[in-house]
Design a protein around this ligand. Structure first.
Ligand SMILES: [Cu+2]
Length: 407
């Protein structure tokens, strides 16, 4: 009953513990002073104690532990980022019903092949929103909200001019409503206004993919940031009519942040922390939903050209995407297809709710580490490895490779 222990520790140790200690301190002072047989001295010191407390609390607001769940005041257009308390109780009541995927990470090598069609078509896509429990870091579990049970959700691939018929179904085990806003959609809410689905419900949205590009999609049910911070994002590629230049391998990588009440590395199931999300201070920054989400899943060979579709679900940070030991031969900045790509780029910016496409040839075998070059985030989980096999070329790189020697 790890789950119950986590809830009890959160409620009693973190929140009530502080309150109990505080009240006890007041009583203790009172009793000590009563021992001195001076009732009025005791009362006046107690008043000082209370006065000082009010002085600190009134201007500062409630201490961190008390802000969840009811007292956090926010000013967005819809519901705030705090989970409805009823849903928190429901979560613990229905904890046995949630699916427990062994790996929440979407396989970065799982990218649909380039589109061969030369004509526009009507494309049917079905996606299911699902709330699951999975491991985010060794021993650290999270209640993820997902598209099709992985983070990021499925990589969608259509052609410029296609008509897309997208059916969104919310799994009956879900506790929350969900929807989908695709940045590839021209129309209100990016489709979110037409796809708000209650648990067990299905809705279909039809849209025409007018602009080529690599676009983020995400859940847009209020509170949007909260839903995204639970893992509800993915990428849709609208290929230009003439297609993208041919490469040998394509990979799907998406950065995202997780906000937990437990500090970095605190084991057990973690409760979402609305306050740290508002402050933009995630405990975890990861690729593909968890620490090590790309591990052992990205490999290529010397002589091949690879393309990375890189997205950023945010919700707060901008990614300074970099591959250690490689230079991007081409970058489609902000994933804009249609203009000339940038050449010979070291790091590229991937905005929150945005994407980038980078391409590079592989000349030297070894491990290439994908990072957000705001490198403190490495320690929060933001890194992955592309393994490159093949013949070494000493005219390009020569040296003894020491494991653990720098990168
Ligand atoms: Cu949602």
């Amino acid at each position: 009953m790890d789950w119950i222990a986590t809830l009890l520790s959160y409620v009693f140790v973190q929140t009530l513990g502080l309150f109990i200690a505080y009240v006890a301190a007041g009583i203790f002072i009172y009793l000590v002073l009563r021992k001195l047989h001076s009732k009025w001295m005791a009362v006046s010191l107690l008043v000082v104690f209370l006065g000082v407390s009010i002085f600190f609390y009134v201007p500062q607001g409630l201490p961190h532990g008390f802000e969840y769940p009811f007292f956090l005041k926010t000013f967005g257009p819809a519901e705030g980022p705090v989970l409805p308390f009823g849903n928190v109780l429901q979560f613990f009541r229905k904890i046995g019903n949630f699916e427990r995927p062994s790996d929440i990470a979407h396989d970065p090598a799982d990218v649909p092949p380039p589109i061969e069609r030369t004509e526009s078509a009507t494309v049917d896509i079905e996606i299911t929103t699902k709330e699951v429990i999975a491991e985010m870091a060794p021993g650290v579990y999270l209640n993820y909200w997902t598209f099709d049970g992985t983070v990021p959700g499925p990589f969608l691939r259509v052609r410029e001019g296609d008509t897309v018929r997208l059916t969104l179904t919310n799994d009956p085990t879900s506790l929350h409503h969900h929807s989908i806003d695709l940045h590839a959609v021209t129309g209100p809410g990016g489709g979110a206004v037409a796809t708000n689905v209650a648990p067990g419900e299905s809705k279909t949205l039809t849209f025409k993919a007018l602009n080529p590009g690599l676009f983020v999609y995400h859940c847009a049910h209020p509170n949007v940031a909260n839903h995204m911070a639970h893992g509800m994002y993915g990428l849709i590629l609208v290929e230009p009519a003439e297609g993208l230049p041919k490469v040998d391998k394509e990979f799907y990588v998406m950065q995202g942040e997780f906000y937990t009440t437990g500090n970095l590395g605190k084991k057990g199931i973690q409760i979402f922390d609305a306050e740290s999300m508002l402050g933009g201070k995630p405990q975890y920054v990861v690729f593909n939903g968890r620490t090590g989400g790309l591990s052992g899943k990205m490999s290529a060979n010397v002589g091949e050209k690879v393309r990375l579709f890189v997205g950023n679900g945010g919700v707060n940070l901008i990614s300074s995407f970099h591959v250690i030991g490689e230079i991007f031969d081409s970058v489609y900045p902000e994933a804009a297809i249609g203009s000339e790509p940038h050449r010979n780029v070291q790091s590229t910016i991937v905005p929150a709710g945005g994407a980038s496409i980078v391409e590079f040839g592989l000349e030297v075998p070894g491990n290439y580490v994908l990072v957000d070059h705001a490198l403190a985030r490495l320690d929060r989980g933001a890194w992955g490895v592309l393994r490159v096999e093949g013949e070494a070329d000493p005219t390009i790189f020569k040296g003894e490779i020491e494991m653990g020697g720098g990168h």
